[in-house]
Design a binder for this molecule. Structure first.
Ligand SMILES: NC(=O)c1ccc[n+]([C@@H]2O[C@H](COP(=O)([O-])OP(=O)(O)OC[C@H]3O[C@@H](n4cnc5c(N)ncnc54)[C@H](O)[C@@H]3O)[C@@H](O)[C@H]2O)c1
Ligand SMILES: O=C(O)C(=O)C[C@]1(C(=O)O)C=C[C@@H](O)C=C1
Length: 308
């Protein structure tokens, strides 16, 4: 058990990320008290039933009163509205943070509402699952995963250092990144891949009408991985794409060009192009495993060749 880093932490929005944070905070004793607020009565009821948060409040204002750290854990498109709602009740000197998957949009939506006597330190834990809601969280979600802090202009270094310590206590490795750079990197590593998975599963669903359930019956591992990603929360991902428009469209443009080149190689029988391309991409997968970043999939063993 660590000594508490904040006396009181408020979690606004009680879904996968907030509930995982709560269990990790409790595991490490990082806060004296954790309050929570969810918009729907049903979610608040569930939270109370499963012991999620020390105190579940019926308003966001009540939850943030007296909190030293307030973390906005709602979909990216709702961050501005929630910030406006809690602003009048924030304690002087408190840190306000968030866990949104997009950073520039959140900074622009939240900053104008915050009073000058609070510190805003946006953050993004790079860990999740396809599940959502208050019952989907678990303490280990962030273990050995990255959490990116995205300090804004004038972010207080002491507030940033304290939040870093907090996320490390939760189990994450912490780095700092500039907002636009974050949004471009995540467009490559997370946002575009999700859109591609949604599309692939959509295509298979169209096909299923033709082949009558064979796509499900004989779905191979590759397609199953796509279906896991494509089962992710529709509200969350709608907001991600609408708020990281430019970076996502830039990456999808490049993706389309590469796809056309591969399509052409298949049509013209250019096996060398395909072989070289797949050799390059295999090296990237090995790099991720060697860096210890693949915690979800089975490790084939360093240096071992996966079955071909
Ligand atoms: N799921 C992931 O893989 C993942 C990973 C990292 C970061 N994030 C980010 O974390 C945030 C939360 O995602 P999650 O997966 O926990 O979602 P979730 O759907 O599990 O939970 C979201 C919560 O926010 C509440 N909410 C929705 N709209 C609201 C509104 N207008 N006002 C108040 N509350 C509202 C919901 O009722 C729910 O309690 C998002 O910004 C998302 O981009 C998600
Ligand atoms: O593993 C998953 O289910 C995820 O999609 C998690 C994932 C990701 O793309 O890696 C999704 C969105 C986030 O903002 C961070 C993490």
């Amino acid at each position: 058990m660590s000594t508490p880093i904040y006396d009181r932490v408020a979690l606004i929005g009680l879904g996968l990320i907030a509930s995982s944070m709560f269990w990790a905070i409790k595991r490490a004793g990082l806060a004296g008290e954790v309050t929570g607020y969810a918009r729907s009565e049903e979610t608040r009821h569930t939270a109370r039933r499963i012991g999620l948060c020390d105190r579940v409040c019926d308003s966001a204002i009540e939850a943030v009163e007296g909190a030293d750290l307030v973390v906005l854990c709602v979909p990216v498109g709702a961050m501005g509205k929630v910030a406006a709602e809690i602003a009048p009740a924030l304690k002087s000197g408190a840190t306000v943070s968030d866990v949104g998957s997009v950073k520039r949009h959140v900074i622009e939506a939240v900053s104008p509402h915050l009073p000058e006597n609070v510190h805003f330190v946006p953050a993004h834990p790079l860990a999740g699952t396809e599940h959502s809601g208050p019952e989907s969280g678990f303490a280990e979600l962030f273990d050995n995963r990255w959490c990116l802090l995205v300090p804004v202009e004038n972010s207080d270094p002491a507030a940033v250092a304290r939040l870093r310590q907090f996320w490390q206590g939760i189990g994450a490795n912490v780095d700092e990144m500039e907002a636009d750079h974050h949004d471009l990197v995540l467009a490559v590593t997370s946002h575009a891949p999700h859109l591609i998975a949604y599309t692939m599963v959509g295509v298979a669903d169209d096909l299923r009408r033709v082949t009558d359930s064979e796509v499900i019956k004989y779905s191979a591992a590759g397609f199953r991985d796509f279906t896991r990603i494509a089962a992710s929360d529709p509200t969350m991902w709608r907001d991600v794409f609408l708020s990281n428009k430019d970076a996502t469209l830039e990456i999808l443009g490049r993706f389309t060009e590469e796809l056309f080149a591969l399509q052409r190689a298949i049509r013209t029988g250019d096996g060398q192009h395909l072989f070289d391309y797949f050799t390059r991409t295999r090296a990237i997968r090995r790099g991720i495993i060697d860096a210890g970043q693949d915690t979800a999939a089975p490790d084939f063993g360093r240096g071992a060749t996966p079955k071909t």
